[in-house]
Design a protein around this ligand. Structure first.
Ligand SMILES: Nc1ncnc2c1ncn2[C@@H]1O[C@H](COP(=O)(O)OP(=O)(O)OP(=O)(O)O)[C@@H](O)[C@H]1O
Length: 324
């Protein structure tokens, strides 16, 4: 396996189905290791088809896909899919197996010691918000649709695949819970170094989770490929501009993280002006939320036990500008 280049390279990929529908047109993307690429766009613009070409459930009409330097068309599909996790909305849990056994499927197949596989499955269930004490022993039909989806995410992560394809994985989960799951998922993905291609029609999800965002337009055209900040601040064309909408400024706050560069020293700041503190790496949106909540103009920023400095409204502006 080539361990130096990008993890996934899609080059001039086109899919025209037998009935003449071109679902994906001349798509090129390069996705680095441990990166999340979010494919976002309205219904029918070729997002799922792209995902299904990566794991060879759909054969491309033309173009190439290489995974860790290997042309996927030259890899046996069964072997290929063993290294690629796939989470879809209709999760396809085994109906006659309990939840714990469902999550342990792949580790068990791979011969992971039972106690270890079990401990990990329980940890993952907990992580996706399903208390193992309550849910591990249930069968899939005893869970709601959203809960089943979460089991699907836990099962995919249990296999620890280098590449994970996710098609609307949090679709059936209510908005608050969805946000929490997204945050937990992001943390775990960073810890594991998994490369992820995520399909969603939800722009907020795409910019929150994606290191890079591909905005797909009708006809399977790639309208823009860039960081969330680039897509929100500099839409490539009218389609992207209308897709990101007029509230893209607020979204930029939610994707821009606080760094040490935009902090000032605490000297001269009256204690009464200081709102609560946030860890470095939190978003500008979180900082503004604290300023509003505490009715204070300045937020303290910490790095573990260390106090790094304070973020002021001017710092928020500077960080937003620097994010481009
Ligand atoms: N097997 C098929 N045969 C013919 N056309 C298909 C087939 N599968 C998908 N399509 C068409 O290809 C286009 C892209 O479909 P695809 O499912 O990739 O879009 P999508 O962006 O994932 O949409 P959604 O967000 O609704 O899931 C659509 O016009 C769809 O009708």
């Amino acid at each position: 396996m080539d361990v130096t280049g990008p993890m996934l390279v899609v080059d001039a990929l086109t899919k025209t189905y037998d009935d003449g529908t071109t679902a994906v047109r001349d798509l090129s993307l390069s996705i680095d290791r441990a990166e999340i690429a979010a494919l976002v766009g309205p219904s029918g613009c070729g997002k799922s088809t792209t995902l299904r070409m990566i794991n060879r459930l759909v054969e491309p009409t033309s173009g190439t896909i290489s995974l860790a330097g290997r042309d996927v068309m030259k890899v046996d599909p069964v072997e290929l899919r063993r290294g690629i996790g796939y989470v879809i909305q209709q999760v396809g849990l085994f109906p006659h197996q309990r939840i714990l056994a469902n999550v342990m499927t792949v580790p068990s197949l791979l011969g992971t010691p039972k106690a270890k596989a079990r401990a990990r499955a329980e940890e993952l269930l907990d992580l996706v918000g399903l208390d193992p004490a309550t849910y591990a022993g249930r069968y899939p039909h005893q869970l709601s649709g959203g809960q089943q989806q979460r089991v699907g995410v836990a099962r995919a992560l249990a296999a620890d695949p280098p590449v994970l394809l996710m098609d609307e994985p949090f679709g059936a989960v209510d908005p608050l819970e969805r946000r929490r799951l997204q945050d937990e998922f992001r943390k775990l993905q960073q810890r594991l170094g998994t490369t992820v291609v995520l399909v969603t029609h939800d722009l907020d999800e795409a910019v929150r989770l994606g290191d890079k965002v591909a905005v797909m337009a009708p006809g399977g055209r790639l309208a823009q490929w860039g960081t969330p900040a680039e897509v929100l601040a500099h839409p490539a064309d009218d389609f992207v501009a209308s897709f990101v909408g007029s509230d893209s400024g607020l979204r930029r706050l939610s994707v821009t993280r606080i760094t040490a560069d935009h902090l000032e020293s605490l000297d001269g700041v009256a204690a009464s002006a200081l709102a609560a503190t946030l860890p470095v790496g939190a978003t500008l949106e979180e900082a503004l939320a604290l300023m509003l909540r505490d009715d204070r103009a300045v937020v303290g920023v910490t790095d573990g036990p260390r106090f790094l400095g304070v973020l002021t409204p001017a710092g928020v502006h500077a960080a937003l500008r620097a994010s481009l």
